[in-house]
Write a protein that binds this ligand. Structure first.
Ligand code: FA5
Length: 336
């Protein structure tokens, strides 16, 4: 009898462990403690025990019953507090959860954010300007008058005579300098547009313009800032070269190439077999530009640069066709 009582108790406790629904708990309670339950039946048989054993067995049976009742009550409150009592029969809480796919930032946005945070870390403030720009800011104030051959380099989408989709972020230099006296240290990220499309060009792409104006700013400062940027963006040992170039709004001017990470510098279709890929244009701000905004070019000097965000993303992720960024193929985009 002793053994029988103890066995029923451990069976009932084992059963309680697997209970998550109120309905199952009630079934288990009826099975053991109900009027016709296993435990109640055993207690009825107590009368058949010998008179010497009866008091001891009665005490044991009462203790076990009280203990079980307590455990049923505790399980009941656990179910209620977990809100499991409302789980319907058709819901199976042991099934694995359903996967909810999360969207991610576009790879170009991710790189744009990274570029901005590197320059912010170097003390550059962030400013934004309009995509639809006046010819004046996009060209004239940047020392590119009407009919200047440098306009050809930009393949411009014109809206009318004086309005266009900005072809670069450099107009933000003028807008910022018009508003503010030196010193200034700014970046201007944004979309730009050119009628151009091949494996390294898209009609809409992103640039980050950067400029710094103060007393005694030199080309060495420009090289220092851009070298630190490339090391942070790629890695400490990235191959970098400053190549003489021409922009009407900077003098001297340079284009910066980094070693092609796609072919490791051996030459491929992306770097056009040169081993280098151009990522930005830069230079010392031309005194003619300072004149346009009323800065004293005898007192102040400054540098500016404009970098192509998609080109950086291509190099960073080893992508050999810039147009992939804008095909909206989820298999491509979900890799980043
Ligand atoms: C300019 O746009 C100048 N405004 C840059 C500048 C700023 C020079 C300040 C001096 C001072 P460029 O046309 O080279 O320069 O373009 C700059 C970068 O944009 C290029 O190095 C390249 O990385 C990227 N780029 C140019 N055209 C495209 C295009 N169609 N698609 C994707 N990236 C492009």
């Amino acid at each position: 009898m002793d053994e029988e009582l103890k066995r029923l108790k451990s069976e009932a406790i084992e059963g309680l462990r697997n209970i998550i629904q109120e309905k199952d708990l009630e079934e288990l309670r009826v099975k053991y403690l109900g009027r016709k339950g296993l435990f109640t039946g055993l207690m009825r048989n107590l009368g058949k025990a010998s008179p010497e054993d009866r008091p001891r067995l009665g005490k044991l049976a009462n203790e076990i019953k009280q203990d079980l009742e307590k455990q049923f009550t505790e399980t009941q409150s656990k179910i209620s507090s977990a809100g499991l009592s409302s789980v319907s029969e058709s819901e199976d809480l042991s099934l694995p959860g359903r996967y909810i796919p999360f969207g991610k930032l576009h790879p170009v946005t991710q790189i744009m954010n990274e570029v901005c945070s590197i320059f912010e870390g170097l003390g550059f403030a962030v400013a934004e300007g309009p995509d639809v720009e006046l010819d004046f800011y996009n060209f004239e104030a940047l020392n590119i008058p009407k009919h200047h051959p440098a306009r050809d380099m930009h393949d411009t989408f014109y809206i009318d005579e004086s309005l266009l989709l900005r072809t670069h972020t450099s107009p933000m230099q003028i807008r910022a300098m018009e508003k503010q006296e030196p010193p200034l240290r700014m970046i201007a990220p944004g979309k730009v547009y050119r009628c151009d499309s091949d494996i390294t060009h898209t009609p809409m792409f992103h640039q980050v313009e950067g400029f710094l104006v103060d007393k005694k700013v030199s080309f060495a400062d420009l090289k220092g800032v851009l070298s630190v940027f490339c090391q942070k963006m790629f890695d400490e040992k990235i191959a970098l070269r400053f190549r003489p170039s021409f922009f009407p709004f900077t003098e001297p001017s340079a284009e910066v190439d980094i070693g092609c990470v796609i072919c490791g510098g051996d030459g491929c279709r992306v770097c056009k077999q040169t081993g280098w890929l151009e990522i930005l244009g830069a230079g010392m701000i031309d005194p003619e530009v300072f004149k346009m905004v009323g800065y004293d070019s005898e007192l102040y000097s400054g540098f500016a640069f404009g970098l192509g965000v998609e080109r950086i993303a291509m190099l960073k992720y080893g992508i050999d066709d810039i147009r992939l960024f804008y095909e909206n193929d989820i298999r491509f985009l979900s890799q980043f």
